[in-house]
Design a protein around this ligand. Sequence first.
Ligand code: ATP
Length: 440
Amino acid sequence: MSTVSPDPELFDKIVNLSKRRGFVFQSAEIYGGFRSTYDYGPLGVLLLRNVKDAWWRSMVQERHDVVGLDASILSPPQVWQASGHLANFSDPLVDCTNCNARHRLDKLDDPEVCPSCGAEGSFTEAREFNLMFKTHAGPVTETAAEVYLRPETAQGMFINFANVLNTSRKKPPFGIAQIGKSFRNEITPGNFVFRTREFEQMEMEFFVPPAESQQWYEYWCQVRMDWYLDLGMNPDKLILRAHDDDELSHYSSGTSDVEYLFPWGWDELEGIANRGDFDLTQHANASGEKLDFFDQATNERYTPHVIEPAAGATRTAMAFLMDAYDEEVVNDETRTVLRLDHRLAPYKVAVLPLSKKDTLTPTALRVFDAIKGRWMTDYDETQSIGKRYARQDEVGTPYCVTVDFDSLEDRAVTVRERDSREQDRVSLDQLEGYLDERLS
Ligand code: ATP
């Protein structure tokens, strides 16, 4: 275990930055805000998309043994009956008879003490509360029309196992990956976008011959840890924590969580589970379809076992934001810098004409036009250049390109790097190559 301690002050700084700079807004804010739902603003949508793209690249594009899927969010009760969610996807809920606060029993530090008011022994008996959102398909609100919003993307992969197997010509070991929204009627949403009722997941189901499951489980634990580290996450704030036996689901022979040191302490980013043949067997039994694999090489038919790395995209984007946040004192002034990996930074480049004068605008816009196809580029001509550098540092833009009056003569621009603040004079015809070397 690392020796770093959580930084509680970071939480408010990130919430403020998110709102002030347009990463994350409270949903329906003009109507007083809709609790626990958030909208991703101009910068947040880029960061979130970059997190998802980095995951997709490493989990699908760069692998010959994983294919993608985009399954529906609405699904019939049979799916959730077979998966066990209708019976078991619930949290134990207790109410405090003193202050009426509602808590998840399994998340309380002391199951006897209400953390809201401090009362002892004031809780009601625990009730199991199912976390799935139910709605109705079509105009009739009768039981027969009940459908559910998926609480995880994983079942889409299981119920399409045969479709993918038959169309992709893959055979175990192979995986199906999906990124998409999931919905859980959480009892205690909170910690900003960490736990919300609507969120995005990045999940992959990797189907393997039963004898190879332990080896693939260990493999995926390692690969997933490496993904966060490769994208620049502080290794002292990341751990892989194996579940104790009493935490494991009955079908799982091993689960480990990737945990990050959030401002409130260690908490989950991703779970990697060895799920055995539970899911395919459940759906095969319930649907009557064969969900197995015939291995022609060995003449054997078997139900593959599943290794599942399941991550939260929205939660992970926030973790990267927190991890990148830095303050340093430069010339007696505090500078805020998001030291985001280039691949995650919302904007890669900002083009900044030194002044708003008409003489500079055409050249600056030409620079913008020349690079906008390659990199997400901001164009900003408001305020002083110092303020504009500070604004770009604060949102993690790796390179600022300044067009000044000399540029009109020497056909060159000043390129400033975010972390070192070092500046290079680069000729306009070399600019794309210069950025390419550093951003690719
Ligand atoms: P928790 O114990 O935090 O409720 P979980 O173990 O139920 O999470 P999983 O079902 O394993 O979570 O989901 C996989 C991932 O999806 C989690 O690691 C997390 O990153 C993300 N996730 C789950 N629930 C939420 C939520 N309510 N809000 C945001 N992300 C979530």
